[in-house]
Design a protein around this ligand. Structure first.
Ligand code: 2AM
Ligand code: CA
Length: 254
């Protein structure tokens, strides 16, 4: 079945309303830890349950994979969902968190939506058709000098206590760029590259549900999505997204 961006937007915005209701009532929010430094709240569970019910009922031909509830049987064509990306920020009352929904068929991303309800920003993209923020087309920045660039990263890898913890890489890149940001939601970071608000983003040890929708939005806005060696493709364990113009300059620092 052909999915319209508008039908998807209706579902994702309704999920956003559920998340926002919890966000506006934080003092009553139960925050639990899945493992050290990995949080889940009632809001994550409620938003994912809503999206799973809505999407599988409206589009029974597609399977479902969500961060909190796992994978349904059919996974060749599936929704890939992060109910709240940036749960830690959410639980502290900060605004940078998002709902991330992508449709993947035979390992190809077809449509993606990232909604940041507290910011009121809705990003979407359709394979081969472009990317939009709040209904207007978006594209990556034109910055071509790494020295003048604004970059973003995250440290999900620290939570798995990996020896390659991004700190040395961050130090190298911070010394070679003008601005560095750490927003705490990979799905949002990818949309910020798509919208030209930052020129590059990289992170390690993410999962497909953190990056699927945002990576399609970034690609459709003209971004290059690679691993740290410059191989093209979406590699959640090692993802580098740039405006394309600074890729050759940032790769040696990765
Ligand atoms: P989350 O909020 O949905 O968990 C920020 O650095 C990114 O890391 C976010 O996309 C965040 O997604 C993700 N993240 C948080 N905890 C993590 C963990 N324990 N392992 C891997 N990624 C994590
Ligand atoms: Ca997540």
């Amino acid at each position: 079945m052909l999915i319209s961006v508008h039908d998807l937007e209706t579902v994702v915005r309704a999920a956003g309303a559920i998340a926002l209701a919890h966000f506006n009532d934080l003092k009553n929010l139960a925050v639990n830890k899945k493992s050290p430094r990995d949080f889940v709240t009632d809001a994550d569970v409620a938003v994912e349950a809503f999206l799973k019910a809505e999407l599988t009922q409206k589009y029974p031909e597609y399977g479902f994979w969500g961060e909190e509830s796992g994978q349904s049987a059919d996974q060749s064509a599936r929704w890939v969902v992060d109910p709240i990306d940036g749960t830690h920020s959410f639980s502290r009352g900060q605004y940078f968190w998002s709902i991330s929904v992508a449709l993947e068929i035979d390992q190809e991303l077809i449509i993606g939506a990232v909604f940041a309800p507290a910011l009121g920003d809705y990003y979407t993209a359709v394979k081969g058709k472009g990317a939009w923020k709040n209904g207007s087309p978006i594209s990556v920045s034109s910055e071509s000098h790494l020295a003048d660039a604004m970059v973003a990263t995250g440290f999900a890898c620290l939570r798995s206590y990996l020896p390659d913890n991004n700190l040395d890489r961050f130090a190298r890149i911070a010394q070679s760029t003008t601005g560095q940001r750490r927003f705490g939601s990979a799905a949002m970071d990818l949309c910020l590259v798509a919208d030209g608000q930052v020129d590059a983003f990289w992170e390690q040890e993410l999962n497909l549900y953190d990056v699927a929708a945002g990576a399609l939005i970034a690609q459709e806005a003209g971004a290059t999505v690679t691993d740290f060696q410059g191989n093209k493709g979406i590699f959640p364990k090692q993802i580098l997204v740039t405006n394309g113009k600074i890729l050759d300059q940032i790769l040696p620092l990765m």
